[in-house]
Design a protein around this ligand. Structure first.
Ligand code: DC
Length: 458
């Protein structure tokens, strides 16, 4: 299998030169993923869609064709049969590229094309989300950074070489900071340090110095083997999808089931799906209308002991057992590994089903897990399952069930609490508040403290 080295970081952190050097040194193919976003932006401008709405850009995507080829160890491409060359570095492209790259459908489009390059050979891929989303399985991940002053200086020199005296250092710096903010705050695949990435501070280093550090780390560490994925432990996709379709038909027929805003679920990459918990029907209400991805669940281990069939079924559909009587570190590590490997894990932060239909407060542990996993968290609110089948009920009522998905809580949102000793509780409360905010009834249905308070401000 071909090997991948992911090099991510903000603009002008030294990624491009270092990636090129590393690829050269190892005989790998160098892939500049930013160039693809730039080329697409260039094409969009060329086709008269400068500043167009995301919807117009999404509609335009099928008319764009990228063709890749390898020349002297580097990846080259044409877009609609033209090599845009240095035009992708123009100010016009520069100004629009972040907005284009923030559109989830554009990211999926580029991501798919980047992943297809795996068949070409060993790759060094540079970008913003390479280690976190595009190639979470990369053998080595690096995150290059430098302070903003230094990055602005580098970008200014680069632009001057391209545009002569026409550039203004302050304007270059403002544009760079604006772009950084946009790349870091977008909801899909924001610029974050991928789990397991090695950070290299390049402010005071030469390109050779940074490349030397990368080579040293590659030589020193054997490719990191992630613990065995759950997939290999008995998960059978066919059983999962058959069960999913069965439950979907059941919900459609008996509960007039609808899902809303599924677009918030990323088509690829690891994430955590969190939902309120009112009933045994919640897991199916959350996952069974999601067709393109498999969703893993954590379930108390006693479920696996109920019968041999139950054990087989739970394992086949990819459920992870967790011992709820103690802090089950093994299960939590497994869960973190799972999402870091690019999967979706669904969790019910409240732990148990509500007794009265109101949301319950959450423990800090969930915030710890979210912080450690370092992936987007998608909130979901299931309504109607409490009325249909609350705890202690013996019969299911034919009540309407709806599931609402919300915008992801990004690692950047969680980083706001970075140095706060109570950050895990605050992250947990923030996530719970996002779930509460999806309640279409719009009222504060939270039981107590934290989550309820924050729900008012969500
Ligand atoms: O690395 P660069 O400056 O050429 O990137 C151009 C733009 O593309 C930048 O705004 C960030 C975006 N980009 C991205 O969102 N994801 C990537 N993997 C690479 C670039």
């Amino acid at each position: 299998m071909n090997s991948i080295i992911a090099i991510d970081g903000p603009s002008a952190s030294g990624k491009s030169t270092v990636s090129r050097k590393v690829a050269e040194g190892l005989g790998y193919i160098h892939v500049d993923s930013g160039a693809i976003y730039r080329a697409l932006t260039w094409q969009i401008i060329r086709d008269g869609l400068a500043g167009a709405s995301p919807e117009a850009i999404i509609r335009h995507l099928p008319s764009v064709t990228l063709r890749f080829f390898v020349e002297e160890g580097a990846l080259r491409f044409t877009i609609n049969d033209v090599d845009p060359g240095a035009a992708i570095r123009s100010l016009a492209v520069q100004e629009q590229v972040s907005a284009v790259a923030a559109i989830p459908e554009v990211r999926a489009w580029v991501g798919e094309r980047l992943r297809s390059l795996k068949t070409l050979g060993d790759l060094v891929v540079e970008g913003r989300d390479i280690g976190s989303v595009v190639f979470p399985e990369a053998a080595f991940k690096f995150y290059l950074d430098a302070d903003p002053e230094e990055r602005a200086r580098r970008r200014y020199l680069e632009q001057q070489a391209l545009a002569g005296n026409k550039t203004n250092p302050d304007e270059v710096k403002r544009a760079l900071l604006r772009r950084d903010a946009c790349d870091q705050s977008r909801s899909t695949a924001p610029l974050v340090m991928a789990p397991g990435a090695r950070r290299i501070e390049t402010t005071r280093l030469t390109i050779e110095g940074v490349a030397a550090q990368v080579f040293e780390m590659i030589r020193a560490a054997p490719p990191k083997r992630l613990p065995k994925a759950v997939k290999q432990d008995g998960f059978i996709p066919f059983v999962y999808h058959l069960s999913r379709v069965f439950f979907l038909c059941y919900l459609w027929i008996f509960h007039r089931y609808r899902t809303h805003d599924r677009k918030h679920l990323p088509p690829r990459g690891g994430c955590i799906l969190v939902s309120n918990h009112a009933s045994f029907l919640d897991p199916i209400a959350v996952c069974c209308n999601i067709w393109n991805r498999h969703i893993y669940f954590l379930a108390r281990d006693t479920l696996f002991q109920q019968s041999r069939f139950m054990k087989w079924w739970a394992i086949s559909v990819g459920t992870l057992p967790i011992d709820r009587t103690k802090g089950d570190i093994r299960a939590l590590k497994g869960a973190i590994t799972l999402v870091r490997q690019g999967n979706i894990l669904c969790l019910f932060p409240e732990g148990t089903r509500t007794h009265d239909g109101r949301l319950q407060s959450v423990k800090a542990g969930i915030g710890f897990l979210i912080e450690k996993a370092g992936v987007p968290v998608i909130p979901a609110y299931v309504s109607g399952t409490f009325e249909a089948f609350p705890r202690d009920a013996h019969k299911i009522k034919f009540h309407k069930i709806d599931t609402y998905f919300g915008k992801p809580v990004t690692p950047a949102d969680c980083a706001v609490f970075k140095d706060d000793p109570d950050r895990h509780q605050k992250i947990a409360d923030m996530v719970m508040a996002r779930i509460a905010a999806l309640n279409p009834a719009g009222k504060d249905v939270t039981e107590n403290r934290g989550a309820g308070e924050s729900a008012q401000h969500a």
